[in-house]
Structures are given as structure tokens and as C-alpha cells.
Design a protein around this ligand. Sequence first.
Ligand SMILES: [Zn+2]
Ligand SMILES: [Zn+2]
Length: 282
Amino acid sequence: MPRFLFGAHTGVAGGLHNGLIEGAEIGCDTIQIFTSSPRQWAAKPLTDDAIALWKAKAAEVGIAPLIAHDSYLINLASPDPETRQKSLSAFIGELERGEALGLDYLVSHPGAHVGSGEEAGIAQIAASLDEVHQATAGFKIKVALETTAAKGTTLGGVFEHFPALLSHVAAPERLVVCLDTCHIYDAGYDLVGDPTGVWDNFAATVGFERLKIIHANDSKFGLASKRDQHAHIGEGTIGDAGFARFLSDPRLPENLALIVETPVDDDKGHRENIAKLRQLLS
Ligand SMILES: [Zn+2]
Ligand SMILES: [Zn+2]
């Protein structure tokens, strides 16, 4: 059984450092946060105080890796020049905030081609990433491209999109991959019926050496639904046995960050979902 680092997407109301405090309280090895509101273009710049508070708390709790997820509005594949420009500056802002905070990864959905076609969309994302990389030369933070549920014209719902993207980008060493269990199941990868086959496919396309983060989410609607509705671990269509089998593949790299982005209800939150995963994977 591979060794994992368990964590959650934690809340930052009242200050980013609160994401670290919540993570420590619920027993996270690693956390993911939003560094700005994910549904707004405008991002408040980080104050020196906010950065100092974050860094002091991060050193105190020893949580790693530290991960951010980018804004949902960003579309690096957009064929519309205005949206693309807005996306580029917002994305550069995400990386600047992440670098200032000393984060390891920025998880990002690759983008949606909105009618221009897969090939044009992938070329556009690669061109966007090249611009982003030039604007953030020397940064340590890496972009983690996330697998998606293949909703609409969203790219990243098939593994082949990742090698296509990586081969077009000038600095592929600055990119890693985040696999979301709910997304790939919803996109049509049968990780319940054929876990080994899904990993074989992943190995042949993306490659295990790129894999740094898994978003461990159960899926409400299930195989090939293309819905992207997360459920508590064990309570969706993947189920306890599905997670236990899929995440016990011996090829998985050591110290992979396993982040839950599961619902937070009155009776069940991240603490319970992390405990469930630890139990299933021990
Ligand atoms: Zn995710
Ligand atoms: Zn999702």
C-alpha cells in the first residue's frame, strides 16, 4: 500500500492562515485553499501582515505540501481575446500570491475550448501557460493541471489531453498533474470496475511521475455522467471498496497528497472524510 499525505480543502474566512488552523485541527498532513474568491475576477492583493501570519502558522503546524486551487472563472483555453487576457492576468495573480505564501502547487482546470475545438483549445492553453511561465520566471510554485469531468467543452476529461498539452509547453518541468477521482469517473474512466486498467491507461498517457495530487471525492452521479457532483467518501457511486481498490495500486508514488473536496454537512465534514480514507487505505 502506498503511503499518502491526507488533507482537505479548508476554509479561509477571516484570513488565509485560518485554512492552516482548520487543517491542523482536523488532522491534515496537507491542505488546499483558495487565495481569493473563486467566483470573482477581482482578487484582493495579499498584505505583508497576511503573508507573515500565514508563514508563521505554516511553520508552526508543519503542514505540507501547501496547495491552492485557482478561480473557477479562469479559462486559459478561451478563443475570446478579452476572456483570455483576463484569465491570464488572474492566473498570474494566483501564482504570485501562491509564491508569496510559499505554496508548492496551484491546481488548475486546464480550460474549455467553447467551440474552437479540442486541438485549438489545447494549443491555446499551451500558449497561455508559456506566457504565464515567462511572467513568473524563477517561481518555485508549480501548476498542477487537474483532470476534469468532461462537462461541455471542458478539456482535461481524457488523459490524452495531458501529454498533448505537455508536449506543446516550453517548460513542461513546471507542470504536474492532479487526478480527481469524481471527475475521471464522471468522465467515463471506470475506476470501480477496472481500477488497474484505468491506471494502465494513466501510466501510458500522463505517467505516474507527473502525479503529485489526488482529489479524493466520491461521485454522486457516477460513471460517464459528466456531472461533477462530489459526495462523501463511501456514500457515492465509487463507494468504500472502489476507493480502497483504486488507491491501492502499487505503482502510485509515495507521499501523494490526497485532498478531499467533499461536502460539509451538519453531521459530516472533512474530518470524517479524511478519517474514512485513512481507514480504507491503512
Ligand atoms: Zn478537484
Ligand atoms: Zn469537481
